[in-house]
Design a protein around this ligand. Structure first.
Ligand code: 5GP
Length: 200
């Protein structure tokens, strides 16, 4: 059976602490058809992070230059740092029929959903606000004020959840991952992006 495919742009988003990063990394590790979109970020690299692999770590000025030349599909300020998805790699992947996955904050996700309505959007939800608070405190990377600010943002972000194609509750991470995988599997077979050729 011969077949051709159009690329899928998968947007994974959710409030800080919902666990989208874990699900996203697992999907990338297990599904070799998925390509990671390396974002630009103005924050400093964390230990172990590699420039050009985890992020393109850039100065505010370099980020501004990308904005000026319309180099971003979307960009947003997330927790005091700026992040942007470069548009060129996304367009190239779509042209080549490759799948690309974005792990971006809800402000960015809503912008991509507007400019590329054919994308597949998945919103990762925490099981409760109590659990979200517990996870944010457990990370031990945030001040108490920052935890409260993120929880406040989460309320507004969760209010918009019905704008996404799919909702996944990340209570048990294995169950959430199975659900994400089912979404990806089904979306790959959509007749808008899958073109098998039935031979004689
Ligand atoms: P971190 O600094 O912990 O890697 O990421 C912080 C937040 O920024 C996460 O919620 C992540 O999803 C989001 N983020 C990463 N890259 C981008 C991007 O290109 N655009 C937007 N809007 N958010 C991003």
């Amino acid at each position: 059976m011969r077949e051709t495919r159009k690329g899928m742009l998968l947007v994974i988003s959710g409030p800080s602490g919902a666990g989208k990063g874990t699900l996203f990394k697992r999907l990338l590790a297990e599904d070799e058809t998925m390509t990671f979109s390396v974002s630009y970020a103005t924050r400093a690299p964390r230990p172990g992070e590699v420039d050009g692999k985890d992020y393109h770590f850039v100065s505010n000025e370099e980020f501004d230059r990308m904005v000026e030349k319309n180099g971003f599909l979307e960009y947003a300020t997330v927790h005091a740092n700026r992040y942007g998805t470069p548009v060129q790699p996304v367009l190239e992947a779509m042209e080549k029929g490759l799948n690309m996955v974005l792990d971006i904050d809800p402000q960015g996700a809503l912008k991509v959903m507007e400019s590329m309505p054919e994308c597949v959007s998945v919103f990762i939800l925490p099981p409760s606000y109590t659990e979200l608070r517990r996870r944010l405190i457990g990370r031990n990377t945030e001040t108490p004020e920052a935890v409260e600010r993120r929880l406040g943002n989460a309320k507004g972000e969760i209010d918009q959840m019905n704008r996404y194609n799919y909702l996944v509750i990340n209570d048990d991470v294995d169950v959430a991952y199975e659900q994400l995988k089912c979404i990806v599997t089904a979306e790959k077979q959509r007749s808008v992006r899958y073109f098998p050729i039935v031979e004689e």
